[in-house]
Design a protein around this ligand. Structure first.
Ligand code: NAD
Length: 244
């Protein structure tokens, strides 16, 4: 039996994790931690921590896991460069799955996006459109950022130079090296992502739509079961699913 502690347990994702964990016979939720609770007081009751709290909280969660030798699954998004650096430093000695999106469908979208970029080549203009619920705090979504990283890598572009976040005013013609990234917000949309490959005469669109947070929760729980058996290191959901 793998013992799991969930941080951010009262949030939208936290509640989905607690509910979905009941369907996994191999694991047991031994700790639920939210704002005001002390993770340090319960961390030794778990083998692995799943963090879906907030990007500002993840560095301290990572440091505690590293200090107590606990595996970690990171689901939070919106980290600053400093936050990412702090997390990476803290987790050097434990196994960690860090993914902007835990859904199997989205991880398949990641794989397809790389393949399509490689097959279609530089003549195709690249645009990413994402939509999320009105309460989401960060933009673009972590998933859209991962998609942009995959496209930049496949095209050998430097993402900070290639990324074009929205367009307004007299922008001039589109340049071939751009990766457009656009965030829509509204209602209760769980998460939609479309990657557009556009050339003169045709357009290919790859779209994923999540309709329930259970898809992320089930993926994160699967990652928790997998990560406890790994050597220290940083892993992605592609590693968990064997898509690499
Ligand atoms: P939410 O606001 O509904 O939940 C966050 C919870 O964290 C809240 O209950 C809040 O009280 C709690 N929290 C705040 N500070 C805390 C602390 N110091 N210790 C413990 N808990 C604390 O948000 P959400 O929609 O559940 O999303 C949470 C995070 O997960 C966001 O960063 C979101 O972007 C990300 N997310 C990732 C995926 C993925 O697949 N990787 C999917 C969905 C959401």
């Amino acid at each position: 039996m793998i013992k799991v502690i969930i941080t951010g347990s009262k949030g939208r994702m936290g509640q989905a994790l607690v509910a979905c964990a009941k369907n996994f016979r191999e694991l047991e939720v031994t700790g639920q931690v939210d704002k005001g609770d002390d993770l340090g007081a319960v961390i030794d009751q778990g083998d692995v921590v799943i963090d879906f709290s907030a990007h500002t909280v993840t560095p301290e969660v990572a440091a505690l896991c590293a200090g107590h030798g606990k595996a970690l699954v990171i689901g939070t998004t919106g980290h600053t460069d400093t936050g990412r650096f702090d997390i990476s430093k803290a987790v050097a000695k434990i196994p960690v799955v860090w993914a902007s999106n835990f859904s199997t469908g989205v991880n398949t979208l990641f794989w397809l996006t790389r393949k399509a970029a490689e097959i279609l080549g530089p003549a195709y203009d690249l645009e990413i459109v994402e939509m999320h619920h009105r309460l989401k705090r960060d933009a673009p979504s972590g998933t859209a950022k991962t998609l942009a990283e995959i496209l930049a890598d496949a095209r050998k572009l430097q993402l900070d130079k290639a990324a074009r976040h929205g367009r307004v005013g007299i922008t001039g013609e589109r340049t071939p090296g751009e990766i457009g990234i656009h965030s829509l917000r509204g209602g209760d949309v769980v998460g939609d992502h479309t990657v557009i490959f556009a050339n003169a005469g045709e357009r290919l669109e790859l779209t994923h739509r999540a309709s329930s947070r259970d898809t992320f929760a089930n993926g994160a729980l699967r990652a928790a079961l997998w990560v406890v058996q790994q050597k220290p290191g940083l892993y992605s959901m592609q590693d968990v699913l064997g898509l690499k």
